[in-house]
Design a binder for this molecule. Structure first.
Ligand SMILES: [Zn+2]
Length: 221
């Protein structure tokens, strides 16, 4: 059975950081991975550097190729100003009606970034009434204070795809450079090692379950 996975990040590179190894594993398995980015991506960082929409879009394309994403969809909400309203929910509703994902992955509701929190709320709204059966929140990065609200519940062994995860993070050259280059990769790998240790895997990603049905566990096959 081919499963359809919709990963919804507030910004470009979010889902690569939180779920890149898992998404690569799904696509290698023959499942269909769709990447949705809610904001246009461009922003001015605290050091005053401009990160243009077009740069982020090119980087998102490259990262999607590495992950084997079937379709990349970028909406044009403004970075830092994403809010839950009928506009964004109905846009995501339309995509869910078209794609019919079995699994929806987005941010954690207690993430410290306002856009990430909003994305988590949009995920809950769009998955209402059984429209998506399996709903997962990715792990916030450790520099966010709210990481301690995250409950690691659903683990994926990403030992075979950790290199793809690293490569798709490098594909966002503007962000990779801003966040310390190989130091960022080292930290992402350390986090995957830490979660892997919990399960006896070399590297893992983990998710908090918002809800799942038996299909995700492979029961009754
Ligand atoms: Zn983000």
């Amino acid at each position: 059975m081919v499963r359809k996975i919709l990963a919804m990040g507030a910004h470009p590179d979010d889902m690569e950081l939180e779920a890149g190894g898992t998404l690569a594993k799904f696509s290698e398995n023959g499942d269909e991975v769709y990447m949705l980015i809610l904001t246009s991506g461009g922003y001015t960082d605290s050091a005053g550097s401009m990160h243009k929409d077009s740069t982020l879009h090119d980087e998102a394309e490259l990262a999607s190729k590495i992950l084997g994403v079937k379709e990349l969809i970028i909406l044009d909400y403004k970075t830092t100003r994403l809010s839950v309203n009928s506009g964004v929910v109905s846009e995501v509703d339309d995509l869910i009606d078209r794609i019919k994902p079995d699994i929806l992955i987005s941010h954690h509701p207690f993430d410290s970034h306002q856009d990430h929190k909003t994305a988590a709320e949009v995920m809950a709204a769009a998955a209402r009434q059984g429209r998506v059966k399996n709903v997962l929140s990715g792990s916030p990065l450790p520099y966010r204070p709210n990481i301690f609200a995250f409950k690691p519940q659903f683990f994926v062994d990403i030992t075979s795809t950790i290199d793809k995860k690293a490569d798709c993070i490098r594909a966002y050259n503007s962000q990779y450079t801003k966040f310390g280059g190989e130091k960022l990769i080292e930290r992402v790998k350390a986090m995957a090692k830490f979660y892997g240790w919990a399960m006896g895997y070399e590297y893992a990603e983990c998710f908090e379950v918002i809800r799942i049905d038996d299909s995700l566990m492979g029961f009754f096959k």
